[in-house]
Every structure is written in structure tokens, then in C-alpha cells.
Design a protein around this ligand. Sequence first.
Ligand SMILES: *[C@@H]1O[C@H](CO)[C@@H](O)[C@H](O)[C@H]1NC(C)=O
Ligand SMILES: *[C@@H]1O[C@H](CO)[C@@H](O)[C@H](O)[C@H]1NC(C)=O
Ligand SMILES: *[C@@H]1O[C@H](CO)[C@@H](O)[C@H](O)[C@H]1NC(C)=O
Ligand SMILES: *[C@@H]1O[C@H](CO)[C@@H](O)[C@H](O)[C@H]1NC(C)=O
Ligand SMILES: *[C@@H]1O[C@H](CO)[C@@H](O)[C@H](O)[C@H]1NC(C)=O
Ligand SMILES: *[C@@H]1O[C@H](CO)[C@@H](O)[C@H](O)[C@H]1NC(C)=O
Ligand SMILES: *[C@@H]1O[C@H](CO)[C@@H](O)[C@H](O)[C@H]1NC(C)=O
Length: 390
Amino acid sequence: MIGSILLSILSVAASKSLDYTSTARNFSIVLVYFTQTKTDHEVVLAPFGLWSLMGQVAFAANGTTRYELQSTLISNASNEKSYFENLDNLTNKLKEPSDGVEMMIKNFLFRDKSLKVPLDFVTRVEQTKGNIWSVDFADISAPRLLNSIIKSTTKFPIPVFGPNDLNATDLIFSNVFSFKGKWSTPFNASNTYVLTSVDAAGNPVDSVNIMSQEMNVPFSDIKKLKATVTELPFGTDAKFCMLIIKPYEGVTVTEVYKQLASVLLKNIFDKLKSDFNDVGTKNITVKLPRFEKQSFLVLNAPLNDMGTYTIFDPDKAELSGLSEDPLYVATVEQRARIFVSEEGVDVYSTIPANLEIATSTRPIYAKPFIFFIVHKSTMTILVGGIYGKS
Ligand SMILES: *[C@@H]1O[C@H](CO)[C@@H](O)[C@H](O)[C@H]1NC(C)=O
Ligand SMILES: *[C@@H]1O[C@H](CO)[C@@H](O)[C@H](O)[C@H]1NC(C)=O
Ligand SMILES: *[C@@H]1O[C@H](CO)[C@@H](O)[C@H](O)[C@H]1NC(C)=O
Ligand SMILES: *[C@@H]1O[C@H](CO)[C@@H](O)[C@H](O)[C@H]1NC(C)=O
Ligand SMILES: *[C@@H]1O[C@H](CO)[C@@H](O)[C@H](O)[C@H]1NC(C)=O
Ligand SMILES: *[C@@H]1O[C@H](CO)[C@@H](O)[C@H](O)[C@H]1NC(C)=O
Ligand SMILES: *[C@@H]1O[C@H](CO)[C@@H](O)[C@H](O)[C@H]1NC(C)=O
């Protein structure tokens, strides 16, 4: 029997092991980049969950498949024990309560009842606080059962599985993630105005609602990035923030994005902090569109670009740590939705994506920017994306 698995995931990092957290961070930045090159610019992703989910698979892989996963995840999977200890520590850190922020991230592993999964793997998933369920995938009510398991365990209200998601599949890694953050200083809706953007010929192409406010928040002009960066904190403790990276006039988002290989997130936060301390209490005018964006993404192609191939190939995938039966990954997909408003930000994501309900959203032809929702002490990127189309 050849089975296929659907991937999905979740997770977090410990500030002590900086190198470990930088692997997740680098993966997240690169994934957003390769995804946007495949999707014509606009994208929203919750990369951390995927990274942690794929890490579990990496430890069950052998040979070339394992090597490719490790290099794509930028993780050194040679020491399994410390890897999962780090992951556990990071997740605990991310889950520490924060005023004004509610976050939930949870992994599930669903397997068809006929699939034999080694005890080692089951133990590891359970150690990392994932839930394993054995279900009859051939039963037509199985997708509904999986949705109700997720809902009753996490209160996650969105159906993750569509009626055909279990077709020709034996194993599913699933992840649900939600983030609700209230701005430390909410925008005043009466200052929100409509901006009509124009094309090169001066014709109106789009209109967007721009929220605007005088705020005393970290702001830097980073010449090497060819962009300005604004840090908008959430809640009263500012453990989480949203970074808004706006390219200079005439500079594309892609140009800026490429610089993120050398201008590290840590450099950005260092600069924001030192500029903020130098300038002291000074208001700047922050302008941010109010927007909603939803992505239904199949990530196989971006993951190919990042070096993962054999896992998708029924003849070459080496996943003997997952099952005695030959398995390969049919698809890695994620659905993510972000809603940014005067009060704050509301995000959820699911793996798989429930592609049957996928709707394409109209691209926004407004001035583009890059955004990241970051857990500051660990510098973990929970959500990343690109708004607008240049
Ligand atoms: C992450 O990327 C930066 C810049 O490319 C690099 O210096 C750093 O070593 C990377 N971290 C890991 C763990 O690969
Ligand atoms: C991974 O870690 C092991 C032991 O911690 C080390 O020997 C090895 O060189 C590391 N590999 C890479 C690619 O960093
Ligand atoms: C994880 O956290 C525990 C408790 O704080 C600590 O003892 C341990 O060294 C940490 N593990 C790693 C790999 O950093
Ligand atoms: C299941 O997948 C197979 C092969 O992809 C397809 O032929 C079949 O129509 C699918 N069945 C359902 C119920 O979607
Ligand atoms: C929002 O702005 C309006 C008009 O400037 C003002 O009357 C109102 O008090 C403001 N609301 C808050 C909550 O600051
Ligand atoms: C900054 O703006 C806020 C909100 O509009 C205002 O309450 C505060 O007095 C301003 N501070 C400075 C230093 O201008
Ligand atoms: C493949 O990897 C698994 C998990 O690490 C291991 O248990 C198994 O012995 C490996 N199989 C081969 C053929 O190397």
C-alpha cells in the first residue's frame, strides 16, 4: 500500500537557545518569500506551525528525504532529544500569558486505523503535546469527526477538513493556530479615511481604508533594507508586536525582502530600540490600512524551491520512521486569514487548508508592505505576509 500524508503544524522557541530560534525564523522568512514568488505577491502565512510540524516528520525520515528536510527547515536534526527539548521550551515561552493577546496553537496527528505507526513516533508526538487519533478514513463521516475532535479540544470554530481531504490519504498532520491581539494604543476610527490609489497613468485602481494615529512607537529608517520599519506593540506588556516594513518610494517589496537575508530580524529590533532610546518621547504619524486577507496555499512548490523534493515523490520518499508502509507527502497546504482593524489584529490558520471552500480574494493594488507578527523575546515569527500588489 502506498499512502499519502497531508501535513500541517505548530510551535515556538526559547530565548536561551538563540541558534535554535533562528532556524525557525530563517525558515519563516524564506517560506514567505518563496510563497509570494508563486502567488503573485499578496500572501499571508503562519509559518511557525508548519516548521514545527515538519520537524517531527524530519526525525521520522531517512536518507535523502531527511537531509532535504533538515536543510529546508534549517534545523540540525542530529540530536533528537535536544531538538524536542528546545521546541518544548520555545512553545512554553510562546504560551506564557500576555495581556491583550490570546494565542492558541495545537498539532494533531490523524491516522487511518489500518496504518501501523511505530511506537517511537507515537511517543514523540505525545511528548511534544500533540494529539494522535486513529480513525477510519474510509468512513464518509470521518472529516466531520476530525473537525469535531479539533473543535472540542481547542474551541477552534472553523472546519479544518473538507469532505475529500481524507481521500487516498493514510496519515494527516494537522495544525490549528489563532492569534487575537489588541493594539497597545488602538486607532480612533474617526481618523480612518479612504485613500484612492492610482496607477502610473493616474487612473484610480483601488480604494483602501487607512487608519491613522499619532503614536509614540519604535520607528526606524533602515537604509540597507531600503525601507522604514514601524513596531506596533500589542497589549500592555508588548510581548508581541507587529512589524510593518514599508519600502522606500520606487523600491519594490521584493527588493526589500531579499535584504532580509542579511538584515536580520535581530538587527532590526536592535535598531528600533536604539533609535527609540535616542529620540525619546516623540510622536510619529502611523498609517496602516484596515484590511482582511485570506490565503489558501499549497506549499509544495515553495518547499521545492527551498530544497524539499523527495518527500513528495512516491518512489523516493523515505519515511520509514512514520510507518512500515511506504508513505509520501501528497500535499502541504495552509489556509490563513488576517484581519487588521482599529482595535487590533485577528488571525487564524489551519493545516490542511480545506481547499474545497477556497475562494480567491481580489488583490489590493495599494502601496505594498511586508508585515510580521513577532513574539519578541524569542523573535519567533508567528505570522508573516505581504500586503498589496505593486
Ligand atoms: C539565519 O540566517 C542568517 C542570515 O542569512 C545567518 O547568518 C544565520 O546563521 C542563519 N541561522 C541559522 C541557524 O542557519
Ligand atoms: C549538528 O549537531 C551535531 C551535534 O550537535 C554536530 O556534530 C554537527 O556538526 C551539526 N551539523 C550541522 C550541519 O550543524
Ligand atoms: C529547557 O528548559 C529547561 C527548564 O527551564 C532547562 O533545564 C533545559 O536546559 C532547557 N533545554 C534546552 C535544550 O535549552
Ligand atoms: C479520490 O481521489 C481519486 C484519485 O485522486 C479520485 O479519482 C476520486 O474521484 C476521489 N474521490 C472522491 C470522493 O473525491
Ligand atoms: C476619536 O476622535 C474623535 C474626533 O476627533 C473624538 O471626538 C473622540 O473622542 C476620539 N475617541 C477616542 C476614543 O479617543
Ligand atoms: C502623542 O499623541 C498622543 C495621542 O494623540 C497624545 O496623547 C500625546 O500627548 C502625544 N505626545 C506628544 C509628546 O506629542
Ligand atoms: C529510518 O529512520 C528511523 C527513525 O529515525 C529509524 O528508526 C530507522 O531505523 C531508519 N531506517 C533505516 C533503514 O535507516
